[in-house]
Design a protein around this ligand. Structure first.
Ligand code: ADP
Ligand code: MG
Ligand code: ZN
Length: 479
């Protein structure tokens, strides 16, 4: 009989910090330049070159640590992590080992409406490696433009219990880093990367099992799938009476399998030692306070405020906090028009459908001013909700004002009985049997007549007024 196993999962997340220049030199971090054009003696690891820490990167790392509720250490140490790989010209990565930048945080996330929490063990700074490019006419080549890019590594405690929790946590982390401007959240482009450590233990047991580490999880979907696949693989081994070998494995999305990359190295394999070319990293209280001041409202806080104070649904709040640009558009519109639920409805249905986001930048189809004006025209009864959709599609992607479009289209909501009554009268005359049925008490026939009026006025009539007129006409005829 198979034992009931409980998965135990911890994530190590690498996030590229959004600085213009690299961590220890002045080379640009810009993506997509000609290979090996953003390099210098420092990031090429040439003898005699010396690293100088980028204060901007430290500030973003501090901000990320604070957003994760960590305690920032006033003094942390850089260390060399030695290994050989073609994309690592120095022969070592400058990382932090014994004294990381920050420790002991926690991250809250939601999964299917339930609140979860994962402890953050540490947040440390390190530089990125370059990239090996394979299959160039049968050759492999190395592009060192990325070498030396600043990263933060965020390490969670093994608190996660399912692949779904891991993916949800990753999403929450991405949102936070995006909101605070530390990282652009692009898993596909590799600026946010996730390694997942997975082990199993008999349900109820307190001891941790042997883990495997999964690399290359470059989408939220792959995080979830790869962990599921790995849980199945480990379960089969344990059920067959085998043992898990601690190793580093890769997930191949094409086959849906994980395979051994290497047997897991222990810390001593890296021969960590203190970086002799850099002094201890000192973070002042002043810097911590300044970065705390720049945090702004985090996505979870925005959602809480919107649902509890503004009456938005949980789903609407989730949708509209997927990107900081959406939050800004919502808040700016709300400053012009105090109708949060109506604004949220419009944003969630029409506006987000046409929004294009890439990293921290966003292209939104309308401005807060345009949206507020459009909703005001509906509120004032100048146009109907249906007409508003047409006006929206005319202004989307342009700088035109809704009022101008309404005037050009000659669109006004017909809400005076004098102009609607003749139309209603003629309809009743043209449909005598329906009129008779309505008179005889078949109330639902009223909808038929209202529908006809809306059709003939192209949606511009006020349906409530139309019902009143029709009812009156029918009663008149009865008497
Ligand atoms: P290393 O630095 O060698 O990768 P750490 O002890 O720092 O190892 O842990 C790295 C990650 O692995 C952390 O996210 C941690 O939560 C997770 N982890 C450690 N042990 C286990 C385990 N037995 N099962 C699942 N995850 C684990
Ligand atoms: Mg590790
Ligand atoms: Zn450089």
């Amino acid at each position: 009989m198979s034992t009931d196993y409980e998965p135990v999962i911890g994530l190590e997340v690498h996030a590229q910090l959004l600085t213009e220049t690299k961590l220890f030199c002045c080379c640009a971090t810009a993506f997509g330049r000609a290979p090996n054009s953003n390099v210098c003696p420092v990031c090429l690891g040439l003898p005699g070159s010396l690293p100088v820490i980028n204060e901007g990167a430290v500030r973003l790392a501090v901000r990320a640590a604070l957003a994760l509720g960590c305690r920032v250490q006033s003094r942390s140490l850089f260390a060399r992590k030695n290994y050989f790989y073609p994309d690592l010209p120095k022969g070592y990565q400058i990382s932090q080992y014994e004294e990381p930048l920050a420790v002991e945080g926690c991250l809250e996330f939601e999964l299917e409406g339930a609140a979860h929490e994962v402890r953050i063990q540490r947040v440390h700074m390190e530089d990125d490696a370059g990239k090996n490019l394979h299959g160039l006419g049968g050759d492999s080549a190395v592009d060192l433009n990325r070498a030396g890019t600043p990263l933060v590594e965020i390490v969670t405690a093994p608190d996660l219990q399912s692949s779904a929790e891991a993916a949800a946590m990753m999403r929450a982390l991405r949102d936070i880093l995006l909101f605070i401007g530390a990282n652009d959240g692009n898993l596909e482009e590799g600026s946010l990367r996730c390694d997942a450590n997975i082990s199993l233990r008999p349900r109820g047991s307190q001891t941790l099992g042997t883990r495997c580490e999964l690399k290359n999880l470059n989408s939220f979907r792959f995080v979830q799938r790869a962990i599921d696949v790995e849980i199945v693989r480990q379960t089969a081994i344990l059920d067959a009476g085998g043992q898990i070998d601690q190793e580093t494995r890769a997930f191949d999305p094409n086959t849906g399998c994980t395979r051994t990359l290497r047997s897991k190295e222990d810390a001593h394999d890296y021969r960590y030692f203190p970086e002799p070319d850099l002094p201890p990293l000192v973070v002042s209280d002043a810097m911590v306070q300044q970065e705390r001041g720049k945090l702004g409202e985090l996505p979870a806080e925005v959602r809480r405020r919107w649902t509890s104070e503004l009456g938005l649904s949980r789903q609407a709040a989730l949708t509209l906090t997927q990107h900081p640009a959406y939050v800004r558009l919502f808040e700016e519109t709300r400053r012009e028009l105090d109708q949060p639920v109506k604004i949220a409805n419009w944003l969630g249905t029409e506006v987000l459908r046409d929004a294009r986001v890439h990293g921290t930048s966003a292209e939104l189809p309308v401005s807060a001013g345009q949206l507020a004006e459009l909703l005001r025209l509906v509120e004032a009864g100048t146009i109907s909700g249906k007409q508003a959709k047409q006006v929206y599609s005319d202004i989307a992607g342009t700088a035109r004002s809704p009022g101008q479009v309404v005037a050009e289209l000659g669109m006004v909501r017909v809400s005076d009985s004098a102009s609607l009554e003749p139309l209603c009268r003629s309809l009743v005359e043209r449909h005598p049997s329906q009129a008779a049925a309505l008179r005889a008490g078949k109330k639902n026939i009223l909808g038929f007549f209202v529908g006809q009026v809306m059709k003939e006025t192209k949606g511009s009539a006020d349906p409530k007024l139309v019902s009143e007129i029709l009812e009156r006409l029918i009663m008149e005829q009865a008497s």
